[in-house]
Write a protein that binds this ligand. Structure first.
Ligand code: SF4
Length: 457
């Protein structure tokens, strides 16, 4: 069995020897993107298990080992990892835990310390914890991120974004149930197998892949009907993770809506932009400024190529560019506002409204001060300027019942559906199509907010 090795500060390391014997347990945040990440780690020779559990015991484990003042995503992620270790499925002496560290000023940088503390209290202090970060925060001899691996991880994010974007626009209307998910699986396999090939990250090759993905999803047989579009924004974990938001996207689809979820590329570019803005506002190292500016430009170029590929098919709505999103926030918040999701959260709400998706669920975890400022705290101002917006802020915490959360969302949806009916009846003439059916354009727009929903915010 692999020997336990500690560094000078007493941190248990993940060694080369452990790489041969151990299973890495990783939490899931974005189902498609993280499936690709898992495959990337496996290609590097790691045994990986991505945790997709959602049962109540996860919250209870979190409450047992994490201080109850800690923000809810930390409680969930740590509870899920400890629950998996205790499940009996793994030999606790042969697992290591993977957790991300953002390196920013928010608590997400410190989850790793909370996790180690929780493991110690639970009697598992012999389990190594591996930090996945690009800031050089913690290093392990058995888990090194070289340039090739970073590229594969980065491209998993952009490919994940394009897959999720077009899939979300197909799934609610598909004629053959499960066809969208089958295409996602096919593309995830194909793209990950493509990563080690020569030229896999050359621009022309990536553009070809983008175009092929969109063409493939455009060929899914659909019956497009006039469903209300609902945007999902909020703290990054709660917004994306089915465990965090109680399967919000499935719930919205079940209610007859099309969920619209902003991609993660905006968050990655936002992180680079933060460094550039820091330099503008406070000064600092020129090398950091140059590096961040280069990375930002590179990611923005990729995002533009993705948008161009989606825009080739008029039935799909591409996301806007990061530059446009940033410009929308100008009259609302300063660009130095970067804790949590910072100004990006406000920007995502504004971008959704700007692109016609006026119904929005803003997911807010317990204990998340920064996102209450840039999320819930900005709703009144957004509504003043965009009276047609229909926003509901939903709290997620260990004591909140799913039924309560869903009832609040249903209240918002009833207004969305009413608004859509009125719009269809009064402002948009129905069009007789060639096959004799009546059709109205798909839109998320609606009339001014009613008192009922304002009360719900
Ligand atoms: S953004 Fe909010 S939930 Fe996420 S780590 Fe920071 S405080 Fe916690």
């Amino acid at each position: 069995m692999a020997e336990l090795v500690y560094n000078q500060q007493g941190r248990l390391l993940f060694t080369e020897e452990m790489k041969q014997e151990y299973t890495l347990l990783m939490p899931q945040m974005l189902p498609v993107h993280f499936t690709m990440l898992k495959r990337v780690f496996e290609m590097q020779g790691f045994q990986v298990d991505m945790l997709t559990t959602t049962h109540r015991a996860i919250v209870d484990e979190g409450l047992k080992y994490v201080h109850n003042d800690t923000c809810y995503p930390a409680l969930l992620v740590i509870g899920q990892l400890i629950d998996a270790v205790k499940s009996g499925k793994y030999d606790p002496h042969k697992v290591a835990l993977l957790i991300t560290q953002t390196g920013g000023g928010c608590r997400a940088s410190n989850y790793i310390h909370l996790l180690r503390k929780a493991l110690k209290r639970a009697g598992y202090d012999y389990i190594p914890v591996i930090s996945v970060n690009l800031s050089g925060l913690e290093k392990n001899p058995g888990f090194r991120l070289d340039l090739k691996m970073v590229l594969k991880m980065a491209y998993s994010m952009i490919y994940g974004d394009i897959l999720v974007n077009v899939a979300n626009q197909c799934r609610p209307y598909e004629l053959m149930e499960g066809e969208t998910d089958r295409r996602i699986e096919k593309w995830v396999n194909r793209l990950v197998e493509d990563f080690p090939q020569r030229g896999a990250f050359k621009r022309n090759h990536v553009i070809d892949n983008f175009n092929a993905i969109v063409d493939d999803f455009a060929s899914i047989p659909l019956h497009r009907t006039n469903k209300p579009r609902v945007g999902v924004v909020g703290e990054i974990y709660i917004k994306y993770a089915p465990l965090g938001n109680n399967n919000l996207e499935d719930f919205l689809r079940g209610e007859g809506c099309e969920p619209v979820v902003p991609g993660i590329m905006d968050f990655i570019i936002f992180k680079c932009d933060n460094r550039v803005e820091d330099h503008r506002i406070y000064g600092g190292k020129t090398a950091t400024y140059i590096g961040a500016s280069f990375l930002k430009k590179y990611c923005e170029g990729l995002q533009r190529d993705m948008i161009a590929a989606i825009a080739r098919h008029p039935e799909f709505r591409p996301p806007c560019t990061f530059a446009h999103l940033k410009s929308l926030v100008k009259d609302y918040l300063g660009y130095g506002n970067k804790m949590g999701e910072g100004w990006l959260l406000t920007g995502e709400m504004l971008e959704l409204i700007d692109s016609g998706t006026v119904n929005i669920v803003c997911t807010q975890p317990f204990g998340c001060l920064p996102n209450h400022v840039v999320g819930k705290g900005m709703v009144r101002r957004i509504k003043e300027k965009h009276p047609q917006s229909n926003i509901v802020c939903v709290d997620y915490d260990p004591g909140a019942t799913r039924i309560n959360q869903e009832n609040r969302i249903k209240l918002m949806l009833s207004n969305a559906k009413l608004a859509q009916k009125k719009q269809a009846a009064h402002t948009v003439p129905a069009v007789q199509t060639g096959d004799g059916e009546l059709s109205v354009p798909i839109s998320g727009a609606g009339p001014a907010q009613t008192d009922t929903v304002q009360g719900a915010v």
